[in-house]
Ligand binder design. Structure first.
Ligand code: ADP
Length: 307
C-alpha cells in the first residue's frame, strides 16, 4: 500500500478586486491529510478529525474530487483518505479547497503524477461545486500551484501563476461565526455598472502589475473592491473598524477573505503584519466574539509532503 501525509494549505480568495479570479496560498495555516492507494477499488473517507463533516464519499469534497480524478485515470485503483481538519468549514480561508486540492494532489503524487497540477485544478473544482454549488477555482488554484494565481478564464479553464514578492505577509482574522459560501453569494447583486467595472478591472490590472514588479505601494492602491465588499461586509461584525485599524497600523490593504467572515490584511514584512494582528485583536477583543488570528508568509510552493 502506498501512503503519503501532506499539508493542505489554507488560501485567501478574491483579494479585494479579484472576485472569483484571484487567490493566494498561506504557509502556516492548513489541514493535514493521509492518503493511501489500495487494491480495493473505490474512494473511502476512513478518518475525519477536527470537524463534524460527512464521511460519505459523495458528500465530502475530498471524496468527490478524487472520484473526478479516477474517472479520468486508466487503471482501477482504490483510495483511502484520512482528514485532520485545522481550517474550520465556512471560515472563508478555503477549508473545502484544502481538502479537495490536497486529496487530488496526493493521489496524483502516489500514482506517479499522471496529471499536471493545472489539470488537478479541474478535479478539485468538483469538490468546490459540492461545497458551494459553484465550481470556482480561486481557492483550489493557489492551493495546487502555490503563491498568487489568476483564473483568466473559466471556459476554457485558464489559470496563471503570478509572481510572489518576498516581503508580503498575510494577517487573517477569523471570527468564529459561520458564513456559508452559498449565503454570502445570495447577498450579491448580479448586475454591475460600467463605472464599477472600470474601477474594478483597473485595480485587478494594477494588483497583478504590482505583484510582478514588486511595487508594494501599487499593490496597496489596487487592493480595493467597489463591487462585492460593500454588499458582503455587512455580514461581518466590525468589518470597517478592522479595516480602518489595519490600514492605520500599516497594512497595504485589507478586505474580505473569500466569502468571509475571515478578513485578510496584506502587509509588507513580518513586523508590519504582527502590528496589524495586534491592532485587529484590539478591535475584536471588545466584541466578545471568539476569533483566531493567523500571520503567514505567502506559500509559493502550495501543498507539501510532511511524511
Ligand atoms: P470555505 O470557504 O472555508 O471553504 P465553504 O462554505 O466553501 O467554506 O465550504 C464548506 C462546506 O463544504 C461546508 O458546507 C461543509 O459541510 C462542506 N464540506 C464537505 N466536505 C468538506 C471537507 N472535507 N472540508 C471542508 N468542508 C467540507
Amino acid at each position: 500500500m502506498k501512503r503519503i501525509k501532506i499539508f493542505a494549505p489554507a488560501t485567501v480568495a478574491n483579494l479585494s478586486c479579484g472576485f472569483d479570479v484571484l487567490g493566494c496560498c498561506l504557509d502556516t495555516v492548513g489541514d493535514e491529510m493521509i492518503i493511501s492507494i489500495t487494491s480495493e477499488p473505490g474512494v473511502r473517507i476512513t478518518k475525519l478529525e477536527g470537524a463534524d463533516l460527512p464521511l460519505e464519499t459523495k458528500k465530502n469534497v475530498a471524496g468527490v474530487a478524487v472520484e473526478a480524478l479516477l474517472d479520468n485515470y486508466s487503471e482501477k485503483v482504490g483510495v483511502d483518505i484520512e482528514i485532520f481538519k485545522k481550517i474550520k468549514a465556512g471560515s472563508g480561508i478555503g477549508s473545502s479547497a484544502a481538502s479537495s486540492a490536497g486529496a487530488v494532489w496526493a493521489v496524483n503524487h502516489l500514482l506517479d503524477n499522471p496529471f499536471t497540477n493545472h489539470k488537478l485544478i479541474e478535479f478539485a473544482m468538483e469538490g468546490e461545486k459540492l461545497a458551494s454549488g459553484n465550481a470556482h477555482a480561486d481557492n483550489v488554484a493557489p492551493a495546487l500551484l502555490g503563491g498568487f494565481t489568476l483564473v483568466r478564464s473559466y471556459k476554457p479553464l485558464d489559470v496563471i501563476k503570478l509572481h510572489t514578492p518576498q516581503d508580503l505577509v498575510m494577517t487573517v482574522i477569523h471570527p468564529q461565526i459561520e458564513v456559508k459560501t452559498s449565503d454570502s453569494r445570495s447577498v450579491i447583486k448580479q448586475k454591475v455598472t460600467l463605472k464599477q467595472a472600470i474601477h474594478q478591472w483597473g485595480n485587478v490590472g494594477g494588483l497583478i502589475s504590482g505583484l510582478f514588479t514588486e511595487d508594494y505601494d501599487l499593490i496597496g492602491r489596487s487592493l480595493e473592491d467597489v463591487i462585492i465588499e460593500p454588499m458582503r461586509s455587512i455580514l461581518i461584525p466590525e468589518f470597517q473598524n478592522v479595516k480602518n485599524a489595519a490600514i492605520a497600523r500599516g497594512a497595504l490593504g485589507c478586505g474580505i477573505s473569500g466569502s468571509g467572515p475571515s478578513i485578510f490584511s496584506l502587509c509588507k514584512g513580518m513586523e508590519a503584519a504582527n502590528n496589524v494582528a495586534n491592532a485587529i485583536e484590539e478591535v475584536y477583543a471588545k466584541t466578545g466574539l471568539e476569533f483566531d488570528i493567523h500571520v503567514s508568509k505567502i506559500n509559493s510552493e502550495g501543498i507539501k509532503i510532511i511524511e
